[in-house]
Design a binder for this molecule. Structure first.
Ligand SMILES: Nc1ncnc2c1ncn2[C@@H]1O[C@H](COP(=O)(O)OP(=O)(O)OP(=O)(O)O)[C@@H](O)[C@H]1O
Length: 580
């Protein structure tokens, strides 16, 4: 959620002045809710920003709490306590990052698989905390944890918590504003498209989860001296579920909302607990109401601009050259080979011994009747369909059973039949992501500089497709034709060496089709990339193709120039409804 700078400073000032405006016990309570709010901010990074739901976040909070509790009980003094706190933050961060990497690498989607594993881990953590009584104190918990040296738990610890919250909020705000945060939204919006730009999305999600685990560990590290006791409940499912509720109610799309949710429900529960027997029912009802009626939570009510953030560097500079898995010489020589490729889905044979090779740049059109296997050929080339038999190689590299991000890193770019963009991001943000493809490094993902990247081709595309200059327009509000053009522009802006376009003129008006044909011809001429275009419209094929491949029933029927194809009797028979 977009709060103004003045509103944020006022909030920080109010938090600091709170003990003066209230009594020290209420400030002490608020300190606890702020710690929970920190954990909820991490959940918002994963859930609201990247779209995957961690169900067991208390695990990382509890680990941080136990580690810091043990360090405090060992009476280490500040010199050793600070590294111990760093460990209490790093261990949960690494554990979360590792879990994320393992789970997301196996299962690309962000669905229930990941959520259920995090839930199971939290339950496992609860069992371990109960049974490892020699370390954790078991069911009774780790007790008699002293406060931070020289800091009074009821008077001054509150200010430490506010300071840590402000710093962690600033760090998270930077992470969200930086390209990394924009890529997380892109994952939420269209993860597969991002992979076709060469991003290993499983690692981006694992990194986000790692950051959220570290923040939870840090909050846990302060929870131990704040409470003086850490019980298995601190790692358990009940707290994990409460953290989710606070995040949802406060607002999962920003950083202030989750803290507000934790504080509001925390005080509400504290007030109702003694006077109203069914207070948990009240909290559950609020949660249901928010989920059904206010997806942006309470903070979402104050601003509709949930996804407007960051970016927009005013100084433009040339984007670096894409870093592909190929040498300069290899990049200059296209060499695509399909050798008796077979793909089946159950009893359905989709590709049936497809063989062809392309070793010249230029525009190669694939034509064929519906269901011939044209899209499937591109799918198996880019790792979207599993290779059943045969061999596929690109510049000598075997691409059998590849993954989309690896195909992209090998210089293969793809535009889908149905335009595939990031609808909740603006036109500018969509273009930025395409410009980052194969160019942005890990450290650059956390700097603002890549927002200023531009290329000569972008300038040309803006002249050809003027709507690209409406940079703040949401991509989801573009017409079908404009989406096709945006998708095409994004594909070529990544500067792949092999450009795969699946029916780029589908859904375009006659005028738009002309614009698209001219753009493809111009870009193909300038970039020296190899274009493979699937097309049904013979006028488009006639205008663009240097070479035509005809597919029928999952195999190659013919190939040659358009004139040769027109004269081919087999092709004529297939197109007139017969079979070869
Ligand atoms: N994942 C899949 N599972 C099952 N069948 C599939 C799958 N993908 C494609 N097919 C089937 O394989 C055949 C070829 O489909 P494909 O989309 O490649 O054809 P196409 O030549 O691109 O057709 P069109 O021109 O209509 O887009 C179709 O019968 C399709 O239903």
């Amino acid at each position: 959620m977009a709060f103004s700078r003045a509103a944020k400073l006022t909030l920080a000032a109010l938090l600091l002045a709170f003990p003066l405006l209230s009594d020290s016990f209420t400030a002490y309570q608020l300190g606890l809710y702020l710690l929970y709010g920190m954990v909820a901010q991490g959940i918002a990074l994963c859930w609201g920003r990247a779209g995957f739901l961690p169900l067991g976040q208390a695990l990382f909070f509890g680990i941080g709490a136990y580690l810091s509790g043990a360090a405090l009980k060992a009476d280490l003094g500040w010199a050793l306590l600070i590294p111990a706190f760093a460990v209490a933050c790093l261990v949960p961060a690494l554990l979360a990052g590792l879990v994320g990497a393992l789970v997301f690498n196996r299962q690309t989607g962000s669905g229930p698989y990941f959520s259920l594993i995090t839930l199971a881990l939290s339950m496992l953590g609860f069992q371990l905390a109960n049974s490892l009584s020699g370390i954790t104190g078991g069911f009774n918990g780790m007790t008699a944890i002293p406060g931070l040296p020289g800091i009074d738990t009821y008077e001054t610890l509150y200010f430490v918590i506010v300071g840590v919250l402000v710093v962690s909020t600033l760090v998270l705000a930077h992470v969200m504003r930086a390209p990394f945060g924009q890529l997380l939204i892109a994952i939420r919006e269209n993860e597969e498209r991002l992979q076709f730009f060469g991003f290993r999305t499983s690692m981006l999600k694992a990194a986000a989860f790692g950051i959220s685990g570290g923040i939870a560990g840090l909050a846990g590290a302060l929870y131990a001296p704040h409470q003086g006791i850490v019980t298995p409940q601190a790692v358990g499912f009940v707290l994990s579920a409460e953290l989710l509720i606070w995040t949802a109610v406060g607002g999962r799309f920003g950083l202030i909302g989750p803290v507000a949710g934790a504080v509001l429900i925390g005080f509400m529960a504290a007030g109702l607990r003694d006077s109203f027997r069914y207070w948990e029912v009240a909290v559950a009802l609020v949660f249901i109401l928010v989920v059904l009626k206010m997806p942006g939570g309470i903070s979402g009510l104050f601003s509709a601009a949930l996804s407007r953030f960051g970016g927009g560097s005013s100084t433009r500079h040339e984007a670096p050259t894409p870093q592909l898995l190929a040498s300069k010489d290899q990049r200059a020589a296209p060499d695509l080979r399909f050798d008796t490729v077979g793909v089946s889905m159950g009893p359905v044979r989709i590709l049936n011994g497809l063989s062809f090779s392309i070793s010249r740049t230029g525009i190669h059109c694939i034509i064929g009747p519906n269901g011939a296997g044209k899209t499937s050929a591109l799918n198996v080339l880019t790792g979207r369909l599993p290779l059943g038999a045969g061999e596929i190689s690109w510049r000598g590299v075997s691409l059998g059973n590849t993954r989309p991000f690896i195909a992209a890193r090998n210089g293969i770019g793809r535009k889908f039949q149905v335009p595939s963009i990031f609808p909740e991001l603006s036109v500018r943000q969509n273009i930025e992501i395409a410009l980052w493809a194969n160019r942005i490094g890990t450290t650059e993902m956390f700097s603002m500089r890549p927002y200023g990247w531009t290329t000569q081709m972008l300038g040309e595309l803006k002249i050809r497709f003027p709507f690209l200059m409406q940079s703040d327009k949401m991509a989801g509000s573009l017409s079908v034709g404009q989406r096709q053009m945006l998708d095409f522009s994004m594909t070529v802006l990544a500067e792949p060496d092999l450009v795969l376009l699946d029916e780029p003129c589908a859904g375009l008006s006659a005028d738009e089709t002309r614009q698209m044909i001219e753009a493809i011809a111009a870009i193909a001429g300038e970039t020296k990339a190899t274009f493979i275009i699937i097309e049904h419209d013979m006028q488009v094929v006639e205008r663009l193709s240097d070479h035509v491949l005809v597919m029928h029933q999952g195999a190659l029927l013919a190939n040659g120039t358009m004139t040769e194809i027109r004269a081919n009797a087999d092709v004529a028979r297939v197109y007139s409804g017969g079979s070869k």
